[in-house]
Structure formats: C-alpha cells, structure tokens
Ligand binder design. Structure first.
Ligand SMILES: Nc1ncnc2c1ncn2[C@@H]1O[C@H](COP(=O)(O)OP(=O)(O)OP(=O)(O)O)[C@@H](O)[C@H]1O
Length: 269
C-alpha cells in the first residue's frame, strides 16, 4: 500500500498574516509533483506543514489517513523526508557524516550503522555524485556540491515520501537535469511519492507528472501537468505573459516569457 499524504483545509499564520489559506491538496502516491508559485506565495510553508514542521491553526495534514501531528516523530521520519531550502550546516561535518544523518530514523538504540545503513549512504552518495568527496568537510565544497550532499542525506533516509524545497536552486544545468531525472526515476520506477518546489517552470513541466500552482497561500490549480500547466495558468499565477512553443525534437511544450518592452537601448545596451 503506498503512503498517502494530504492537506485538508490547512490554514497557517505568522502573527496576524495568514500564509496558508484553507489549503487542500492530495499528493498523488508514486508520482512526482511540482509545487510552483511566486516568491513568498507559501510553498516552503506548505512543505513544512506537510512534513509536520509546523502545526496549522486549523485543518490538518494526514499521513496514511491519520493526522500527522498525532504520529510519533521517528515513525513519520521513516516514511517522510524533507529537504528544507537552507538547512543549517553542522560545523565541521564531513560529507559522509552529513549523508549518514539521513539514517537516524532507522538506527537502533546503540546508533551503530548496519550494513543496510552503509549501503543506503553509499547509494545516496553515488546517485548524487558526491561519493568522491565523502571524507571532505561539507563547508569546503561549492554551493552546488553542498546542495547535492543535502539531497543525498534526504535520499539516504529511504522514505516512501520525499519533499524537497528548491533542490536545484544552486545547481548548474547538468546537475539540475540529473537531479530532476533522478527524482523522476525514484517516482516512476521505485514508486516514491515526491513533492518538489521549483522555480524553473520548464524544468517542472518537463519532469513532473502533476503540478500544484500556488499563489498567495491558495491553490490556484492542481492536476496532471498536461492539464494544468497552461499559458493561462502561468499568467494568472505569475502575472507574466508567456508564449507556448513546441520543442521540435521532443514535442514538449516550452513556456517562454514575453519580455517587457524596454526599448532598443535597454535590450541591447
Ligand atoms: N519565520 C517566519 N516568520 C514570519 N514570516 C515568515 C516566516 N517564514 C516565512 N514567512 C513569510 O511567509 C510568506 C511565505 O513564505 P514562504 O517561504 O513559504 O514562501 P515561498 O513561496 O516558499 O517563497 P520563495 O519562492 O521565495 O522561497 C512570506 O511572506 C514570508 O515572508
């Protein structure tokens, strides 16, 4: 039975400001879902609520049909991993040590690594291309290399549900594509349920099975990518006009923002 995750009428405020406004979303099991929306629209807040990092002022998040807040932390961590946007880096930690933290929910009383733990750590480092750095301090790596270590940590947790907040933001083009391809494989071939907040709409549209368009704490549209990712939806959510082109080699739709008219000097100067 796949793990199910859903938000039901979730409202959350920081002080008097309502950030999530009666959000309902059923995350499709075994699919890759992209969460997209403007800066400050509440994507990170929604992911944090889905991961029980914060408790809604009303409504509830349910994991396997039961309120996530009523379930033990370690039991949740065996089924759901989250990679926040800018997690704090423990001082002096090596790549291996960071990635191995993903195994804590699986560790026994003595906290020793089993062969299964070591295999999961090694596989996660291999999938994200950080195995060569295993013994180096994470703080001495580039931003993109560091990002891949964090992704490896989340993968090492080997949870059926994976939430990632802008995991490709610091990555070069090759690794953006590799990480998205990896997430796609994890969902399509291994049945993992993945929600990823992304800013690159074309990356999202070309990889995600489902998309959630979010604006000002409200779900504007959700469903299969081919149904919801339209120029009309993008314009409504981002206030940016787009042209839709068809990539001749793949037949995929590509969304190209219409540039504001800044005059000849502005465009070339
Ligand atoms: N700890 C906090 N205290 C007060 N307000 C916060 C806090 N964290 C976030 N906010 C506010 O909540 C709103 C939603 O923020 P959130 O980070 O969820 O948006 P986002 O869609 O993930 O944005 P981005 O695309 O820029 O990462 C923003 O207005 C932000 O300023």
């Amino acid at each position: 039975m796949p793990v199910t995750l859903s938000a039901r009428d979730v409202t959350f405020s920081y002080g008097k400001t309502e950030i999530l406004k009666r959000v309902s979303a059923a995350i499709s099991p075994g699919k890759l879902t992209a969460l997209v929306g403007p800066n400050g629209s509440g994507k990170s807040t929604l992911l944090a609520a889905l991961a029980r990092f914060l408790s809604p002022s009303s409504g509830s998040v349910e994991l396997d049909g039961r309120p996530i807040l009523s379930q033990p932390t370690k039991a949740v961590a065996r089924r759901l991993a989250i990679l926040p946007q800018s997690p704090p880096l423990p001082e002096g930690i090596t790549v291996f040590e960071l990635v191995s933290r993903g195994r804590y929910p699986h560790s026994g009383l003595l906290g020793l690594w089993s062969a299964a733990d070591l295999a999961a750590i090694d596989t996660a480092m291999g999938m994200t291309g950080v195995r060569d750095f295993a013994d180096r301090p994470v703080s001495g790596l580039s931003g993109g290399q560091r990002q891949r270590c964090w992704i490896a940590m989340a993968l090492a947790q080997e949870t059926p549900v994976l939430l990632l907040d802008e995991p490709t933001s610091a990555l070069d083009l090759r690794y953006q594509l590799e990480i998205l391809a990896l997430l796609k494989i994890l969902s399509a071939q291994h049945g993992r349920t993945i929600v990823v907040a992304l800013h690159d709409l074309n990356l999202a549209a070309s990889h995600a099975d489902h998309m959630i368009f979010f604006r000002e704490g409200v779900v504007h549209g959700a469903g299969a990518t081919r149904d919801v990712c339209t120029a009309t939806m993008i314009e409504a959510v981002f206030d940016v006009a787009v042209d839709v082109l068809v990539d001749p080699s793949s037949g995929r739709q590509v969304f190209v923002p219409k540039l504001p008219d800044v005059g000849e000097g502005g465009r070339h100067g």
